[in-house]
Ligand binder design. Sequence first.
Ligand code: SF4
Ligand code: SF4
Length: 444
Amino acid sequence: MENSETYTLQPRALTSEPEFFSRMISQISKEKLGPEFASMKDPIEACVHCGFCLPTCPTYSTMGDEMNSPRGRIFLMKETLEGKLEPEDVDPYIDNCLGCLACVTSCPSGVEYGELISPYRAWSERTRERSLTEKVQRFAMLKTIPYPDRFRKASKLATLFKPIGRFLPKGMGAMLELAPHTLPTEQPLEELHPARGERRGRVALLAGCAQQALAPRINLAAIRVLTRNGIEVVVPKNQGCCGSLAMHIGAAHDARKAALNNFDAFPDDIDAIISTAAGCGSGMKEYGTLFAGEDPEILEQAQNYASKVIDICEYLDQIGFVPPEKENATPITVAYHDACHLAHAQKIRSSPRKLLQSIPGLTLLEPAEWEICCGSAGSYNIEHPDTAKELGQRKVKNLVATGADIVATGNIGCLTQIEFHSKEQPKPLRVVHTVELLDQQFEE
Ligand code: SF4
Ligand code: SF4
């Protein structure tokens, strides 16, 4: 268990008595926070301390204390924003949060925790003094992961240094341990992919950064499935990382810079911006919050861009994906893993299941604890390797228990995390993106 030291500051007693279920009144002033951070007040005041979110929170489940629960964190952030607690005392508990948003799904009061945690991290980062090790680690992450070329080079280098990983600070060691031994051959994407048959739509694809290095097969599968369903696909040449990784760790400036580049790179004459990675899709949908308080023209641009973002499965479901007819379908069992940033952040659970169930011969299996994060969570498995490992192993156990032939998911982070932690299994899991299984249906 990480950060197991007992924190001495205690929030006021939290009970589960019904009469205590009243909204949290704060003394936070939106004017003082400014438009950039004003969104933080509403979720704080919507929380009624009921605790229904606690059982679904992976850190409460693994660390077992109130401070590492959604309810505890909301209280701590409130007290800090009111000036009653020092940010540095609260930071360890906020850092432990995976940002998985399982608490949003389970909250009966509609507390939008996502509108609190991301701006809070950016707010606290402005004054935070980080250690040299943390600075180096964050610099390394922000300057390599979002750039496929650098990521490939860094991965090669990391394989050389793997043997010394255990002598390095924990996070750096985790980076080396998680770095893949080999990467697939680079597969640059053409800029235009015409629709097959009658054109039913035109979309732009976010190629993504780390995914394009780790599993270029996913975007290729997405393009094939889209074009075979009559959709023209544009892959904007000058696009880059969407900034979600930076946003997730409170590096708002880097996130805005990445987003601004993509606002220019993506064309206007498209029906949708397709994301094949749940983390990117959910991050891009948050651009309105990221650019709150910016120049109104830029804010409008951010909101317009965000409104076009859609996950590949949701889009295919909307346009009515039909798999090709097959006479002899091979029976296959598939366990579907809900990526947090698809299920909790974007509320997308039924579309991928519907698409998978349309595949002839496919039996869909549901693992236990679908709502609990696998521990990948952006860069969480680098920054909190012990908790991430515990959650990864727990997820693998639940997936293995289904007995499925294959695991399907909608996020590259989950895919690599589950693959990594299933290596210790007698039969490692085969993990694919949902769209890859749809694509396979078109193979002769
Ligand atoms: S976040 Fe929601 S579920 Fe959790 S304590 Fe607050 S109101 Fe209850
Ligand atoms: S985002 Fe996830 S880890 Fe963070 S408080 Fe909510 S449920 Fe817990």
